[in-house]
Design a protein around this ligand. Structure first.
Ligand code: SAM
Ligand code: SF4
Length: 334
């Protein structure tokens, strides 16, 4: 029998938003996200298309109304678009929104198909508009493809939101220009603080830039009016009078946004992390590959609700730059 009980954790938070990672692989190597010689998972460990589909439908049955596909880079997975099409059929039938977070390198190829499948909005990560700087930050010279991808997405009717990680000494001087460009193109932009996830070569603390500082600097050039807009995520929003656009700020390290948390994450291997900033996890792949997948999945989701922590445990100021959590963002998705 289908389990349709809503997902409610022990702090009475109703979980309606799932971020599902479909691959840990990526065609870029953003320095804050993964090392150049990243070890990717053996394919057998990654959920098959059928498993991802079954899992996503199980979540929709239990009240997930917003589903974001992420990675790694979701668009490098070959059968990805089939999954999008299959999930698109649930829109209006339990699912309210199907979205994706992408680095944009393959968006020019897929934007039309995403739109045709019912995707209306996507997030594209963009940390700089300078080609040489992009090549340094992402360790790949792919800015032209990304810009082409963003343009293709807009042309296909997708609403594009840009995500920018604010990095001290790397792109902080460019943030106003990036925001002005985004708003000029009709895109919302959200700034993110760098989070201590997984080992990378550089000490991330060197590049940690508190958004309170960025906000203070932006307020010297523009008028930032606090907005009542909410996206169902942890961002706070401002309308910038001069650019006419919206700016989001996500400050996981300087702010506590856990109280209203409505989300969970599942990795490409089916590990459910009830909190991005915690070590708690439940193995959904084992449930899916068990003799009675439906029963095992129900029980695993109940367990996830039982262990979802009240708040995250991030701290970036660890001496020696040891990550607060050993897994990379490319595992749990952004
Ligand atoms: N590859 C896709 C992309 O880049 O949009 C999706 C996955 S990526 C892990 C999702 C988001 O996480 C990106 O916006 C990226 O900039 C951000 N990210 C990765 N590592 C991060 C870190 N250590 N701290 C903060 N944001 C991070
Ligand atoms: Fe790839 Fe996204 Fe990580 Fe960059 S942030 S390396 S694009 S997964």
């Amino acid at each position: 029998m289908t389990d349709t009980r809503p997902l409610v954790d022990q702090f009475q938070r109703r979980i309606t938003y799932l971020r599902l990672s479909v691959t840990d692989r990526c065609d870029l190597r953003c320095a804050y996200c993964m090392p150049e010689r990243m070890t990717f998972l053996p394919r057998a460990e990654v959920l098959t298309l059928e498993e991802l589909h079954r899992l996503a439908l199980g979540f929709v049955d239990r009240g997930i109304t917003k589903l974001r596909l992420t990675g790694g880079e979701p668009l490098v997975r070959r059968d990805m678009i089939e999954l999008v099409r299959a999930l698109g059929r649930k829109l209006g039938d339990g699912l309210d929104e199907l979205t994706m977070t992408t680095n944009g390198t393959r968006l020019a190829e897929f934007a039309g198909e995403l739109a045709a499948a019912g995707v209306r909005r996507i997030n594209v990560s963009l940390d700089t508009l300078d080609r040489a700087r992009f090549a340094r930050l992402a360790r790949r010279d792919s800015l032209p493809q990304v810009l082409e991808g963003i343009a293709a997405a807009s042309a296909a009717g997708l609403k594009v939101k840009l995500n920018t990680v604010a990095l001290k000494g790397l792109n902080e001087d460019e943030l106003p220009e990036l925001i002005a460009w985004a708003h000029g193109q009709g895109h919302e932009l959200t700034l993110i603080e760098v989070m201590p996830l997984g080992e990378v070569e550089e000490d991330r603390f060197d590049h940690y830039l508190p958004l309170s500082q960025v906000q203070a600097r932006l307020e010297q050039i523009w008028t930032l009016n606090p907005s009542s807009h909410r996206s169902g995520g942890p961002a706070r929003y401002f309308d910038i009078a001069e650019t006419g656009g919206r700016l989001g700020l996500i400050t996981p390290l300087t702010n506590n946004f856990c109280e209203g948390c409505n989300r969970i994450r599942v990795t490409a291997t089916g590990q459910l992390f009830p909190c991005l900033g915690g070590g708690e996890r439940v193995d959904l792949r084992a449930a899916l590959r068990s003799a009675e997948p439906d029963v095992a999945l129900s029980a695993a989701l109940d367990e996830a609700m039982r262990i979802k922590p009240a708040r995250h445990h991030f701290a970036i100021d660890r001496p020696g730059g040891a990550p607060a959590l050993a897994r990379h963002m490319s595992m749990t998705g952004g």
